[in-house]
Design a binder for this molecule. Structure first.
Ligand SMILES: Cc1cc2nc3c(=O)[nH]c(=O)nc-3n(C[C@H](O)[C@H](O)[C@H](O)COP(=O)(O)OP(=O)(O)OC[C@H]3O[C@@H](n4cnc5c(N)ncnc54)[C@H](O)[C@@H]3O)c2cc1C
Ligand SMILES: NC(=O)c1ccc[n+]([C@@H]2O[C@H](COP(=O)([O-])OP(=O)(O)OC[C@H]3O[C@@H](n4cnc5c(N)ncnc54)[C@H](OP(=O)(O)O)[C@@H]3O)[C@@H](O)[C@H]2O)c1
Length: 456
């Protein structure tokens, strides 16, 4: 009997799990069969679903349930707490698998090159999201002394950051936030949050529903300046073409003309203000300087030279995420992605790097919702299977399923498994139960490993 097709997937976020799903649903799954191992650097799977999605977004649960069903399949194994590049390398994977799919996503903040970015009080959104989502590798405390805060960027991450800063800790208590995050938010002094877009309402990257959600909190007064509502031909064309853009613009227009209420935390959405400098004194943020911009007819903007200094004591940069470069793989520094054609990794020579594939944010950059990674994974897997069917995959030396286990154990590595996730999941739910909460996240890596049964 021919042996199953052995595939390693590096990164157990949505893209990697959807890639496993596509393999399981393929013809190859029936004959000769597929056998998939997911390698994940965190002790728990799910990537940004666990360490990016805001805690007050429980809608995601349906997606997690579907991803669970993939990992429940006997052909799939999880090796958590295993870092590609440190614990396991490309040559190792080549020895055990017919093909390797990289789906390592993005976890860091894209750089914003303006003076003052290094000051105390200037923070990356990814770091803050990692903190409130209980990522083990960031500090346990977060300085929340600022009463007035700026958030740069008008995408959905900026909305998450602004909303978490503007809500009260008690509003967030029913969610899965860890105890240290609740304690930190309890002393959050922010009462005024200013979100800045460098272009106009028709260029905001908000999703309509996420935007409207800002207004649902009894503690948040959303304020839009009527002078910031402006469109040029490019904006009008975009509104006609894109229903979501139109819905966002309409919501902003409605907010601009309504009376300002008295909810205690004011959240200002500013447009046509491009950040030029974070102002500091004694190494600490004391303000933000923006330059007024105006539309140029195409939906882009030019600077007017008129600047405003905003009195804020901290600045959060939500101008996009960035992926980590992967050892031994080609890299496009301009986009921060692995170069590919249809998910096949492409070397500098223009050749396909044999048996090597990529999918998700590491492939297309840090844009798009969880669901979007599914189509991406389907395309990558279709090309992998085409290479398999046409005999283009490299042959591994040790394709037996226990060879990799011996390798990891031989190196003395501590790894978590899918069964371990069930144990961690149960432990987090048990932590939440006495407080009537669905779960409370476990933060420390060692505690996660212990709850997963990976260490005693
Ligand atoms: C702050 C934030 C909030 C979001 N909220 C939503 C939302 O509410 N709804 C929505 O639909 N979308 C949301 N998104 C978008 C969504 O998170 C992404 O579309 C999706 O997570 C991308 O999937 P991915 O698998 O490519 O990457 P990731 O989710 O980043 O998964 C990559 C995985 O690879 C692992 N990894 C990385 N490097 C290595 C390595 N060297 N070795 C082993 N493993 C590695 C990581 O630990 C991670 O588990 C949000 C994004 C952000 C940034
Ligand atoms: N709840 C959800 O569904 C949810 C939550 C979070 C994230 N996500 C998704 O995750 C993806 C990433 O989100 P994101 O918010 O990180 O990225 P994004 O949607 O690309 O938004 C980035 C924002 O930063 C601005 N920006 C970039 N460079 C700038 C600069 N130098 N100066 C000023 N502003 C700058 C951009 O403005 P310009 O347009 O002018 O460049 C844009 O407004 C998106 O697809 C998003 O929808 C979804």
């Amino acid at each position: 009997m021919p042996r199953p097709l052995r595939v390693a997937i590096v990164g157990a976020g949505p893209a990697g799990i959807y890639a496993a799903d596509a393999l399981l649903k393929s013809e190859a799954a029936a004959e000769p069969g597929v056998s998939i191992d997911l390698f994940e650097r965190m002790p728990a799977p799910f990537g940004l679903i666990r360490y990016g999605v805001a805690p007050d977004h429980p809608r995601i649960k349906g997606i997690v349930k579907a991803l669970h069903q993939v990992l429940d399949k006997p052909q799939v194994r999880l090796f958590g707490n295993i870092d590609y590049g440190t614990d396991i390398h490309l040559d190792d994977l080549r020895a055990f698998y017919d093909a390797v799919v990289f789906s390592t996503g993005a976890m860091a903040d894209r750089e914003l090159r303006i003076p003052g970015v290094e000051l105390d009080g200037s923070y990356g959104a990814a770091d803050f999201a990692s903190w409130y989502d209980g990522h083990p590798d960031v500090p346990r405390t977060w300085p929340l002394e600022a009463e007035k805060v700026a958030v740069l960027g008008v995408g959905n991450v900026a909305l998450d950051i602004a909303r978490i800063l503007a809500k009260t800790a008690d509003e967030l208590l029913p969610t899965e936030i860890p105890a240290n995050v609740y304690d930190g938010l309890k002393v959050n002094k922010a009462v005024e949050i200013h979100v800045f877009g460098r272009r106009g309402p028709a260029q905001a990257k908000f999703s309509p529903m996420e935007l409207r959600e800002l207004d649902h909190s009894p503690n948040i007064e959303v304020i839009v300046n009527p002078e910031d509502i402006d469109y040029d031909d490019g904006s009008i064309a975009e509104r006609r073409k894109n229903k979501q853009t139109d819905m966002v613009a309409k919501t902003l227009e409605n907010w601009a003309i309504r009376d300002i209420g008295d909810r205690p935390h004011k959240l200002f959405l500013h447009f046509f203000e491009s950040p030029v400098e974070i102002l500091g004194e004694d190494g600490q943020v004391v303000g933000l300087r923006t330059e007024r911009t105006e539309l140029d007819g195409t939906g882009n903007v030019t600077g007017t030279g008129r600047t405003t200094d905003w009195d804020v004591q901290s600045v959060y940069r939500a101008v996009g995420y960035l992926s980590d470069e992967l050892p031994k793989l080609p890299w496009d520094t301009a986009t921060g992605t692995v170069p590919d054609e249809g998910g096949r990794v492409i070397e500098e020579t223009g050749e396909h790097m044999a048996s090597t594939y990529c999918t998700g944010w590491i492939r297309r950059g840090p844009v798009g919702l969880i669901g979007h990674t599914k189509g991406d994974a389907n395309e990558t897997v279709a090309n992998l299977l085409d290479d398999f069917a046409n005999g283009r995959l490299l042959t591994p030396d040790s394709p037996e399923t226990d060879a990799v286990v011996s390798f990891l154990e031989g190196k003395g590595l501590t790894y978590t498994t899918w069964e371990g996730w069930y144990a961690l999941d149960a432990a987090e739910q048990a932590l939440g139960e006495p407080q009537g909460r669905e779960r409370v996240k476990i933060v420390e890596r060692e505690d996660m490993l212990r709850a997963s049964g990976a260490i005693k």
